[in-house]
Design a protein around this ligand. Structure first.
Ligand code: GLN
Length: 469
């Protein structure tokens, strides 16, 4: 199999495997060849060839045994996966892209990793990201920045930079990520792939390096809505190891649906082509029979302030465990961004400042939650830009953390409210960089977002294309 012929969706991959057009071992050969050729992108921190071949051998045996109901039992049969290097993988180095964990080999796997492997998925490697998931560009990795596969001068977005880039460049079929303030949706948007941030508490965080525990959401990237849905269905639900995860009834799509467009997401500073592409997407929904209406999320302007108080507060607490005794290297190995967040977080939690910053932020957070609740009384989903701009240039924002933080302005509100978001690609701007939009829904409305996402793909006959590397 040539590495240019790797199928682009789960169903095409599985059809090829079951019709014996190629074996899982040949598929792994092709992926590893492609990963090696695209080394410049720096999408992976660790490639696990031995484990991938071993798993491919198991998949090939399952297929030659002609098991009945094989896809029902193994919905990710032969699916090549990149795991964000925040997900613990038993026996495979897990660094969180930080020097602190450079030599850390976990003794168990995250629930999500274990479930995907049990479903027949093949782990190809660990993808690069901003260290500890702190960032919006991938440039905070201690293992060097990842590049945008569409143009190497640009960032792929972050923090799940390598996961988005690997899916976009065809170096994995799907990839995992975490989204604490946008880290799945924004890189998906910058790289032109589909990214799902599930409802807070829908997918277990067990075995995933924690960033900010009241915001962390575990999701995935794929080349179609159907693929992200398949991965979501394999990974979601109780595991008995994350007390926020309960098996819950999901919101079902209604026959006649309504989408709201929030006026606060079309303000000054939003790139013209970005705004136009979101409006163009709204027209596609309208033509397909969805009612559009303008809505208001009045406290959106406070979201960044709230996020950059609550999030560092929780970061400063979570990073306390890396004391240089239990895991790897000393605290001096933390990079500048982690140190900045530890200091900010410690400050807003300290006696005398707690009430003025942390407590106040929690109160405003409740108002942001209420904004979404009010809107979802009227509409099934909200349609909005993911980021105010398309991918920016490497180095453009590194000297100015505040500017970098503002990239999260349209993504962080969903994390503060615990609601799901689905980022979809919709084409390219004049410079050839991906454009797209996000759909947000009430808690546990993933089926609604999938239905709307698939409707968009169907109406536009949207087919993912890969960059020429
Ligand atoms: N860009 C955001 C931040 O730097 C989001 C991070 C994330 O979602 N992990 O905090």
């Amino acid at each position: 199999m040539k590495n240019t012929n790797i199928p682009l969706t789960i169903s095409e991959t599985q059809e090829g495997l079951l019709k014996k057009r190629f074996s899982a071992t040949e598929l792994v050969d092709a992926y590893l060849g492609k990963i090696n050729k695209a080394k410049d992108l720096n999408a992976y921190i660790t490639v696990c060839e031995d484990e991938a071949y071993k798993k491919a051998g198991e998949v090939d045996r399952l297929i030659s045994d002609n098991l009945p109901f094989i896809l029902e039992n193994f919905p990710l049969l032969g699916v090549g996966i990149g795991h964000k290097d925040l997900f613990l993988t038993k026996g495979i180095r897990t660094t969180a892209a930080s020097k602190v964990l450079e030599g850390f080999i976990p003794v168990y796997s995250a629930t999500v990793v274990a479930r995907m492997e049990k479903a027949g998925g093949i782990t190809l490697g660990k993808t690069n990201c901003d260290a500890w998931a702190h960032g919006a560009s991938g440039e905070n990795s201690d293992f060097g920045p990842t590049k945008n596969p569409w143009d190497g001068k640009f960032v792929p977005g972050g923090s799940s930079s390598g996961s988005a880039a690997s899916v976009a460049a065809g170096l994995s079929l799907v990839a995992t990520g975490t989204d604490t303030g946008g880290s799945i949706r924004q890189p998906a948007n910058f790289c032109g792939v589909v990214g799902l941030k599930p409802t807070y508490g829908a997918v277990s965080r067990y075995g995933i390096v924690a960033m900010a525990s009241s915001l962390d959401s575990v999701g995935n990237f794929g080349k179609s809505v159907a693929d992200t849905e398949t991965v979501f269905n394999v990974t979601r639900g109780e595991d008995g190891r994350d007390s926020t995860v309960k098996n819950t009834e999901f919101v079902k799509p209604r026959a006649k649906m309504k989408i709201g467009i929030p006026k606060e997401y079309f303000v000054e500073g939003v790139d013209k082509e970005v705004a136009e592409s979101v409006i163009a997407a709204s027209k596609v929904f309208e033509k397909a029979g969805i009612e559009l209406t303008q809505v208001s999320l009045p406290h959106t302007k406070y979201a960044m302030s709230v996020y950059y108080i609550v999030q560092p507060a929780e970061v400063s607490s979570n990073l306390g465990r890396y004391d240089g005794i239990r895991y790897g290297n000393p605290r001096a190995d933390f990079g500048a961004e982690a140190k900045r967040r530890i200091m900010l977080g410690t400050y807003v939690l300290s006696a005398g400042y707690y009430d003025a910053f942390y407590l106040k932020a929690q109160k405003v957070r409740s108002m942001l939650i209420k904004d979404f609740e009010d809107v979802f009384d009227k509409v099934d989903a909200v349609l909005a830009p993911v980021s105010p701009t398309p991918a920016f240039e490497l180095g453009e924002k590194t000297a100015n953390p505040l500017k970098m933080y503002l990239a999260d302005i349209f993504t962080a509100p969903a994390n503060l409210a615990g609601i799901p978001g689905l980022a979809l690609p919709s084409g390219f701007n004049k410079e050839g960089l991906p454009l797209g939009f996000q759909l947000l829904g009430p808690r546990f409305s993933e089926p609604v977002l999938f239905e709307l996402g698939k409707l968009y793909e169907k109406e536009t006959d949207y087919k993912i294309v890969l960059p020429n590397l």
